[in-house]
Ligand binder design. Structure first.
Ligand code: ATP
Ligand code: MG
Length: 361
């Protein structure tokens, strides 16, 4: 990854531009953590970047960000910029492209996110980000109160970094979070969810949840039941406990959340619950209730049948047996025999099932 990134920086340089790796990659590299992508900052404008790299495309991530993917490494490239007057605590009124790296670093959120690397792998650290990395502390670039009121998403990012890196929050950061937390209302649910998902999927999730509760951010973020999250193994499980329909979920996620919430109220060792809702939903519900997951898996594997197709009889068989056309009655019969077979009152053998059907229907 690093090799590919330094090569990209050299391409900028060869074309007369300045370019540096910045942000998450440099921070994580120093900490010995693997990164998923690389942020690049340059004095080339988006148009110039697009001209430089055939495979470049404008990213949906943020205004003016150009994405380049090389050898499977994703580069998020932004032009040195100054952001002017934040009108809605989220978006600057105006972005001005500039030629100066130092000025670009001043608009960034935290000191640990301002460390740069040049094409020779040399670290450039104008704002003493390395000191804060060593002290394991989240400190804003400039006055925390101003920086959080400019863009309230930074509040959530501070919590996210404190969680994923297990860093502490600078005193000014804590004070400004408390002062500005109501502004979180101006942050879109999508942006909130990106950060919250990173907090919830961190190995250190319980710390992040604790911080959200301690600083009373749950109210501004419209998150219920944070204090009821006891198990952090499943992201969708956490969202099921929170149960907020204000946040954006795919239809698949929505269905899972609904089912998990239903199944939480049921017995997750019961054959019918396991059969109807499957292993995944039952396991997550079991997680939420602190049940023995191994036992749930065992009970699931022990089910006589896991779906209708496991039955040793088909609809055609039943219709032929009874000499009847298709109809509602089939549903009743299925329900009945599935129940009997799951609770081992009837063997899953064609002749046995047929005999039972003939005797009853
Ligand atoms: P990750 O490991 O999640 O990618 P990151 O620090 O690289 O963490 P990005 O969202 O990729 O975060 O942003 C890249 C850089 O852009 C950050 O390191 C920071 O310098 C700057 N940045 C991102 N979001 C903001 C913001 N809301 N306000 C100020 N600067 C920001
Ligand atoms: Mg990044």
């Amino acid at each position: 990854m690093l090799e590919e990134a330094l090569k990209l920086l050299k391409e900028f340089k060869d074309n007369g531009y300045k370019a540096y790796i910045v942000g998450g990659y440099v921070r994580d590299h120093i900490l010995g953590i693997e990164s998923s992508d690389v942020d690049i900052t340059t004095n080339a404008t988006p148009k110039e970047i697009m001209e430089l790299f055939d495979e470049a495309f404008l990213s949906s991530k943020d205004y003016g960000t150009v994405t380049v993917v090389k050898k499977g490494v994703r580069f998020e490239i932004t032009t040195f910029r100054k952001e002017i007057n934040y009108k809605d605590n989220r978006h600057p009124d105006e972005i001005k492209y500039i030629d100066d790296l130092y000025q670009d670093l001043l608009r960034r959120d935290f000191t640990i996110n301002t460390i740069c690397m040049d094409e020779n792998g040399e670290i450039i650290d104008f704002l003493k980000g390395r000191d804060d990395l060593e002290k394991r502390i989240i400190r804003t670039v400039g006055d925390a109160k101003v920086r959080f009121s400019e863009d309230a998403l930074r509040i959530l990012r501070a919590i996210r970094f404190a969680t994923s890196l297990d860093f502490s929050l600078d005193k000014d950061v804590i004070e400004s979070i408390q002062l500005n937390k109501e502004l979180l209302k101006n942050v879109s649910y999508n942006k909130r969810r990106v950060e919250l998902d990173k907090i919830f999927t961190s190995n250190n999730a319980s710390k992040g949840i604790g911080l959200l509760i301690n600083y009373k951010l749950d109210k501004a973020l419209e998150l219920d039941n944070l204090d009821k999250i006891t198990n952090t193994d499943s992201l969708i499980g956490i969202w099921s406990v929170i149960n907020s329909d204000k946040y954006p979920f795919s239809s698949n996620e929505k269905e899972l959340i609904d089912n998990i919430n239903k199944v939480v109220k049921m017995d997750n060792y019961d054959p019918m619950t396991l059969y109807n809702y499957g292993l995944y939903v039952n396991s997550v519900a079991g997680d939420i209730k602190g049940l023995d997951k191994k036992k749930i898996t065992e009970e699931y594997n022990n089910l006589v049948i896991h779906s209708r197709s496991d039955l040793d009889i088909t609809s055609e068989d039943i219709m032929k047996l009874l000499g009847r056309e298709p109809g509602e009655y089939l549903k009743d019969i299925y329900e009945d025999i599935v129940d009997k077979i799951l609770y081992r009152k009837l063997e899953n053998e064609k002749e046995v099932i047929e005999e039972y059907i003939l005797s009853k229907y």
